[in-house]
Design a binder for this molecule. Sequence first.
Ligand code: PEP
Ligand code: MN
Length: 321
Amino acid sequence: MANSNSHLLLLWRRMNRYIKNLKLDTHIRKGKKMESNDYNDPAIMGGCSVPVRVNRKSKPDVTIVNVGGIKVGSSEIVIIAGPCAVENHEQLIETAKIVKKAGAVLLRGGAFKPRSSPYNFQGLGEEGIKMLREAGRETGLPIVTEVMDTRMVKFVAEYADMLQIGSRNMQNYPLLKEVGMLRKPVLLKRGMMATIEEYLLAAEYILNQGNEQVVLCERGIRTFETTTRNTLDLSAVPMLKHLTHLPVIVDPSHGTGHRWMVPPMAKAAVAAGADGLIMEVHYKPEEALCDGYQSLSPDEFTKLMADLKKVGHAIGRDILA
Ligand code: PEP
Ligand code: MN
C-alpha cells in the first residue's frame, strides 16, 4: 500500500513537471493573479499588458478630449454623424443640417477614403476637406475627418477639428507618430484584425509623442461571421474603459454594415458604457457613392436620437446637446 502511494506521488510530481514544461499551467496562474488586480501583469487580461501612458493606473482620472469645444469622455454621450464620404456641396450641407437638427454635435465625413478597390470612389481629397470646413462653419459643428498619409497630416489638421485614423491604418506607425506630434484630437479606430493589446499599443504611439487627446473607437473586427460586415465587439467597450483612461466610442455603421442594424447596436453600445457614437447618415442613402447600405436616412437618424436619450436616462447619462 505504502509502495503504491509513493508511486502515485512520484507520478503526480512528474505530471506536474510535464505540465509546467509545456506551459499548460498558465490558466492556473492567471486565475490566482486575477485577484492581484495589477494592470501591468500580462497574465490578468487574457494576456493583455497595458502600456504605461494609456494605462488607467498611470492616470486615475478619465481623459476628456476637447473637439472644438465638444467634450468627449464626460458623463454626456457625444453623437458624431454625417456621410461616409463628402460627395458634393449639396449632399454635405443638407446632411450636416439634418444631423445637427436631430442632435449630433460633431460632423463626420471622409475626403480621403481608404477604399478596398482602387476603382471605387476615392473621395474628393483637398476639395472635400474644404467643403467640410465650410459645412462645419455653416452649421456650427466641429468636423472629424480621416487622414491616411503622413504627407497630408499638416494640411488636414489645418481644417479639421479631429483627425481620424482609420481601421486600416491603426498600425501605420509613422502616421501615428505624426498625429502624435500635433496637439489636435485624434479618433483612433480599432484595426479590423487588432487585439485589444495591439490597439492600446497603437494609442500609446500617439501619447508617446505628447498628444494625449485620443479617443478610441470600436468599429467591428473580422471574424468567421459573414452575415455582418464586421463583428461589432461591444465587449471591447467595458474592457477598454477598464484598462485605459481614454474615452471610448462605437461605430455601429461599419460595425454591422446594415442600416437596419445600426439603431439596435447603437442603443446597445450606449448601454454598454460607450462615451459616444459615430454613425453614417446620408440625406439620400440610396444615392450614396459610398456605404449607402449602412447609412441611416434622416428619419431613421432622428428617431434613433430620441431612443438614445431614453437608453441614456436608463443608465444615468445624458446625450450631449
Ligand atoms: C470611416 O469611418 O469612414 C471608415 C472608413 O471606417 P473604418 O476605418 O473603421 O473602416
Ligand atoms: Mn463608410
